[in-house]
Design a protein around this ligand. Structure first.
Ligand code: MTE
Ligand code: MO
Length: 234
């Protein structure tokens, strides 16, 4: 199955609703063109310095919404595996014990969903994606990743963004196991990019030598996804 095809389980109503959201966003941006940066250049401010600031077009939520393709794959800590392959010297497969054997990182970061909610100050524990990529040994030609979830989801991330210190494979949220509906046992987070770039129920990191659209990117979402640039749709 090509990466950009609809996973069989994807709920067509969810996909259609997202497509309508793109159309609304574009209509609004056309009325006020200054709000949208049509050629984003990079990330904006990384730290809020304690201020409850959010990127343009976002509003803060207290409860953590669940957003996905409408299916929750049944993966436990016992059967979870992560494959890292593609443009690497040592393709590898990690199980949950293997993940816990790597250096663990605690971090606090914000979570910005392109559907306009942001949840601030999320407390995570997990492993830096850069740690796992270093174990696999990237080829010099590596430039992007395609990240795959157990639900058939895919999303592409530029390597420069993927190796940032706050990009984690998380198994713990607020001192408890990451809930299944939020991508447990293990998901990726990309605090400096919109949250769709972080796959829930992460199954595979495919290292690419050229960029390629994932599921939402093939349907009009941004290849880069910088929240501080309002870089939502292309
Ligand atoms: N595997 C997988 N990962 C995914 C998605 C998905 O449908 N499947 N949805 C993305 C989107 S659009 C967002 S906003 C976040 C939502 O995470 P949450 O449901 O924990 O809030 O997960 C992202 N990662
Ligand atoms: Mo999202």
């Amino acid at each position: 199955m090509a990466d950009t095809e609809t996973p069989e389980q994807a709920n067509p109503d969810i996909v259609a609703a997202r497509m309508r959201r793109i159309a609304r966003h574009k209509a609004r941006a056309a009325e006020t063109p200054s709000v949208t940066d049509s050629s984003p250049l990079g990330t904006g401010p990384i730290n809020r310095h304690g201020m409850p600031a959010v990127p343009v077009g976002q509003r803060v939520v207290r409860k953590w919404p669940v957003l996905d393709l409408g299916v929750t794959p049944d993966v436990t800590r016992d059967d979870w595996r992560l494959t890292v392959n593609g443009a690497v010297d040592n393709p590898l497969q990690l199980d949950f014990a293997g993940l816990l054997a790597l250096p663990q990182v605690d971090d606090v970061s914000d979570f910005h969903c392109v559907t306009t909610w942001s949840k601030l100050d999320m407390r995570w524990r997990g492993v830096r994606l850069s740690t796992v990529l270093a174990e696999a040994g990237l080829h010099g030609s590596a430039s992007h990743l395609m990240v795959h979830g157990y639900d058939g989801y895919t999303t592409n991330v530029a390597l420069d963004e993927a190796v940032k210190d706050d990009v984690l494979l998380v198994h713990t949220w607020e001192d408890a196991p990451l809930p299944k509906e939020h991508g447990g046992p293990v998901r990726m987070i990309t605090p400096q990019l919109y949250a769709w770039k972080g796959s829930k129920w992460i199954a595979r990191v495919e290292v690419l030598t050229a960029d390629r659209p994932g599921f939402w990117e093939a349907r009009g979402y941004s290849m880069t996804a910088y929240p501080w640039r309002n870089d939502r749709y292309s």
